[in-house]
Design a binder for this molecule. Sequence first.
Ligand SMILES: [Fe+2]
Length: 318
Amino acid sequence: MISPRQAADSVPTAASPFDPGNPREYEVWRAHKLACYPASTTELLVEIEDGSHLSASERSQLHATLARANTVIYRLRDSDGADKKLIHRLGQQLGLHRLDSNLCADEDSITSLRVVEARREGEYIPYTNRRLNWHTDGYYNSPDQQIRGVILHCVQPAAEGGENAFLDHEIAYLQLRDENVAYVRALMAPDAMTIPANIQNGREIRPEQTGPVFSIDPAGRLHMRYSARARNIFWKQDSTTQAAAECLLNLFQEHSAYIFRHRMQSGEGVISNNALHCRTEFSDDPAAGQTRLLYRARYFDRVTDQQIEAHDTHVMFE
Ligand SMILES: [Fe+2]
């Protein structure tokens, strides 16, 4: 069943460059996006003195980087004592307020990601050390609980491995649309994909969800729901949708100039408008006290900044 809200969310806003019916706006946006897109991971890095009190300059660097790539990597100059409160504070300063209390989040709605031996019902890969394939967070959430912003903070890296990679979902959209505009149209259909229900020991933990891959929010921004794990998604049985899904999968090439890779160190973190990301496998060394621990906060908000948005709109449509 597709709810009215779900259908409305996937209806393109008139002025959005992401509306396949707006080729002129798309061309202007595309040229600007490619001209501004970072050339390397270094361009995603922003140093922060105190995450709970951002300076005007730090804030503007975070916003500017997010505007370019929908992902920014921060590095706290002093990470001693960085706790979940700091993550809350950091998010609040960027307009991230509404936290998703998902199944596995701790009491304060921020999840501690570490390897756990005795798993909870249903095995969630973030709690293992195995490779984590390309996805956006909460792609299985209901339409009114979509994840639009994420903070991932590294308390301690693994002894080995655990590198993240990031791909701006707007770039994924751009590459698909350049290949064939019918592909983005197909992936915007409200019945493009179905995420099967999560059933554990005969009990439904989460119901089936049907919805679009790409949708446009009321402000004209692009939102994406996706998992590259084949068993996580049933694609619509339609040749264009199937070809679009195949094309999307082919974007995650090792040599892609649009993909950024980074292995987070203690005190580093990522703020993202829920762009595409993945993670390599890793190994802990408990005897040496080197076990990977990350804090993850998922928000129903995306990072907002009126000034940047006003500037973006100006550049987009001038
Ligand atoms: Fe994730």
